[in-house]
Design a binder for this molecule. Structure first.
Ligand code: SF4
Length: 339
């Protein structure tokens, strides 16, 4: 088989995986195929695994990822994988979480600019200040936090298990600190019937993607698309969450689509989830109302190939052993409380 035939074969594979449904042109498919082929060749010769968050580019999800999911699923699968090397297609706090859970593995973040506005919204100093203002009050941190902030927390949660874990903790505590996401904190307080600032102390962190959605648009879209089911991520504002049909994490949103049959769906979150839903459920109709996360979209196939071929020291995630031990405790507590 000559090189052209190899690339055509790879284009065919990407088409069948769902990329053509997402509007990729022939030229885009060909460019992607040249890179996915090289990445997969390289992968087959190395003990490496590529996890990818659902907000990553579709050519990563369907072209090179070994597993795809939300933060919780990815952190679990990374820890279970026997591979010695992880090339994490996501953002920095996710790659750090993989390193905390798998300290003996080499973990790489392909794009150095892949940060997160939520993770950047609170520092170790700020969490320590909160702890001294509210001595003895348990600190529950969203997984979108740096390793230093995790190390100062009592329990980590994800959007999939935050409600369940907070409910369990409120059985024993009158007051809990939740950080850093203000909107998620307010949504949880409303769901659990707790007073913000008294029973649930929150921080002012925001996701730059989810804070930008306008709750007023929901009624407009309902009039324009009768029967539409509107789903929102719990990082959206309480006003928007109150106006939609379902709110949850990315995994829960996909489950909702699987278990319902509406005339159309609108996913109010990062655009990657809509791409994935269109590829996974080709018989359903999706109306766009999404935003791109510049951090999540920072990683492309060229970064992944470069990381496999010649990784730089900056791409390697290094954390001191004592920080790994301290940040591991609240993650283990999450696994205990969410089973
Ligand atoms: S979508 Fe929001 S929470 Fe997720 S990585 Fe981007 S900024 Fe962070």
């Amino acid at each position: 088989m000559n090189n052209r035939e190899v690339i055509w074969g790879e284009m065919d594979r990407l088409t069948k995986a769902g990329l053509s449904q997402l509007g990729y042109t022939e030229l885009e498919l060909e460019r992607a195929a040249e890179l996915t082929y090289q990445i997969n060749q390289r992968k087959s010769k190395e003990d490496v695994v590529i996890p990818a968050h659902v907000y990553q580019r579709a050519e990563i999800l369907y072209g090179v990822a070994d597993f795809v999911g939300d933060s919780l699923k990815l952190s679990r699968l990374c820890a279970e994988s026997p591979a010695k090397k992880i090339v994490f297609c996501g953002v920095r706090f996710m790659a750090e979480t993989a390193k905390i859970l798998s300290p003996d593995k080499e973990v790489f973040l392909p794009a150095l600019e892949a940060g997160c506005s939520l993770a950047d919204s609170i520092t170790r100093e700020e969490i320590c200040k909160l702890k001294s203002e509210y001595p003895g009050v348990p600190v529950v941190s969203y997984i979108n936090t740096t390793a230093e902030v995790k190390a100062e927390s009592d329990v980590i949660v994800t959007s999939a298990n935050a409600s369940k874990i907070l409910q369990a903790l409120f059985q024993k505590h009158d007051r809990i600190i939740f950080l850093p996401d203000e909107w998620m904190g307010r949504n949880l307080a409303r769901e659990l019937n707790k007073k913000v600032g008294e029973e649930l102390i929150i921080h002012n962190g925001k996701c730059i993607v989810h804070e930008g959605f306008d709750p007023g648009a929901v009624e407009h879209y309902r009039r324009q698309y009768p029967g539409v089911k509107i789903l929102a991520h719990t990082e959206c504002s309480p006003a928007l969450v109150a106006a939609v049909d379902f709110a949850g994490g990315t995994g829960d949103m996909l489950k909702y689509i699987k278990n319902t049959s509406a005339s159309s769906y609108m996913l109010v979150t990062e655009c990657g989830l809509g791409d994935m839903a269109r590829a996974e459920f080709p018989d359903r109709h999706f109306i766009p109302m999404c935003r791109l996360c510049p951090y999540m979209k920072a990683t492309d196939l060229a970064h992944v190939l470069k990381t496999l071929e010649t990784p730089s020291s900056e791409q390697r995630i290094e954390l001191p052993p004592e920080l790994i031990r301290a940040a591991r405790r609240p993650l283990d507590r999450m696994f205990e409380l969410s089973t």
